[in-house]
Design a protein around this ligand. Structure first.
Ligand code: ATP
Length: 356
């Protein structure tokens, strides 16, 4: 097991800078997810840690050692790719044992390690098959088995579930998490899927355009996003955001937006008349009795069984509401919305930073 550190890490491809001085630490045994939209640089950061891409500036360390100039094969890292990268002409057993064979490990040791990994991953019955004889989920498990057999200091995953169908993805997500709880190997996992990040991570690193927007536990990012980008990236359905003006009153704050007054929290950095982004999560908008809240017109009602999603229109803005249970609301009807001010989020209208 190992800790990992990034110190002012930069990456240029020619004149094009894609990583702008990133610094953070990963503690021993932690499961960290790098998440962000396509092109934000998360794979590049992972590949630099793996030794597959040179580092343009800064330092990457494992434990106390700077590894910038260490060959990939000497970093004691195992990586699982989206494409699985299995050898088609080798059985599952040989695929899993291949890295140990390359290192000329003892045959019995190799066989025992492969057997252990196969047991952990439920692959015992498949050891003599070839990759073409496996389903996508099974191939992915073999790719993980190959990484486990090496017993590395750090596991790296680069979008390992993107080629699987939705149901299998959910199942594999839980399997990878359970595996980590069992092995406790330091893990860095890259995905563009914020739900994967939320469900698997000890801590999430949200990236955007080659910088880190915020680092925190899933619930820290959900409850107190540090800026508008994180607020809208983390959470599904995404946070509703209205452009408005902050009004500071003696008996509480509100935001004037779309011709309505919206309850807002007290914030140290907010001043009366300031332009703000007003954010409310879909689960924090409540329906109340006629005339008791902000009127909104129902556009679409989507029941999913346990929950109901409503798409509403307020002025020019569309809002999403998630209700527990069911509703009698119908399209074109008017409903009334209330917000607990403590559940609303305020971001500076100019730079998007959280105001409290
Ligand atoms: P995705 O989820 O789409 O894989 P990502 O966040 O992993 O995106 P990277 O693959 O790290 O993004 O790419 C970051 C930026 O670097 C992108 O703008 C990409 O076009 C650029 N880039 C990546 N590899 C190279 C390369 N070999 N040469 C030039 N530019 C590159």
């Amino acid at each position: 097991m190992a800790s990992v550190s990034f110190r002012n890490v930069e990456k240029n491809f020619g004149k094009f800078k894609v990583i702008h001085g990133i610094s953070f630490d990963i503690t021993d045994g932690e499961f960290v997810v790098l998440v962000g939209p396509s092109g934000c640089g998360k794979s590049t950061l992972l590949r630099m840690l793996a030794g597959l891409e040179p580092i343009s500036a800064g330092q990457i360390g494992i434990d106390e050692t700077v590894i910038n100039d260490l060959d990939a094969k000497d970093r004691d890292i195992a990586m699982v790719f989206q494409s699985y990268a299995l050898y088609p002409h080798m059985t599952v057993r040989d695929n899993m044992g291949f890295s140990l064979k390359l290192r000329k490990a003892d045959k019995e040791v190799t066989a025992a390690r492969v057997a252990d990994a196969a047991r952990v991953l439920n692959l015992d019955a498949l050891l003599d098959r070839y990759p073409r004889e496996l389903s996508g989920g099974q191939r992915q498990r073999v790719a993980m088995g190959r990484a486990i057999v090496r017993d590395p200091k750090v596991f790296l995953f680069d979008e390992p579930l993107s080629n699987l169908d939705a149901k299998l993805r959910v199942a594999m997500r839980a399997e990878i998490k359970a595996l980590h709880q069992r092995l406790k190997t330091t893990t860095v996992y890259v995905t563009h899927d914020q739900i994967e990040a939320m469900t698997m991570a000890d801590r999430i690193v949200v990236m955007h355009d080659g910088i880190v927007e915020q680092i925190g536990t899933p619930l820290e990012l959900f409850d107190r996003p540090g800026n508008l980008f994180v607020a809208q990236f983390i959470g599904s359905p995404a946070m509703n955001v209205l452009e408005g003006t902050l009004k500071v009153g003696a008996d509480g704050n509100w935001v004037q937006a779309q011709g309505q007054a919206w309850p807002a929290p007290r914030v140290a950095r907010g001043t009366d008349g300031q332009k703000v982004h007003y954010g409310v999560r879909p689960g924090d908008l409540k329906l109340v009795g006629e005339g008791q809240g902000v009127p909104a017109k129902v556009v679409v009602v989507e029941p999913t069984g346990a929950e109901t999603e409503l798409l509403l229109q307020v002025g020019e803005a569309r809002l999403v509401v998630v209700l527990h249970g069911r509703t009698a609301a119908q399209p074109d009807e008017t409903v009334y919305l209330s917000v607990d001010p403590k559940c609303a989020h305020l971001f500076d209208g100019a730079d998007g930073r959280r105001l409290d």
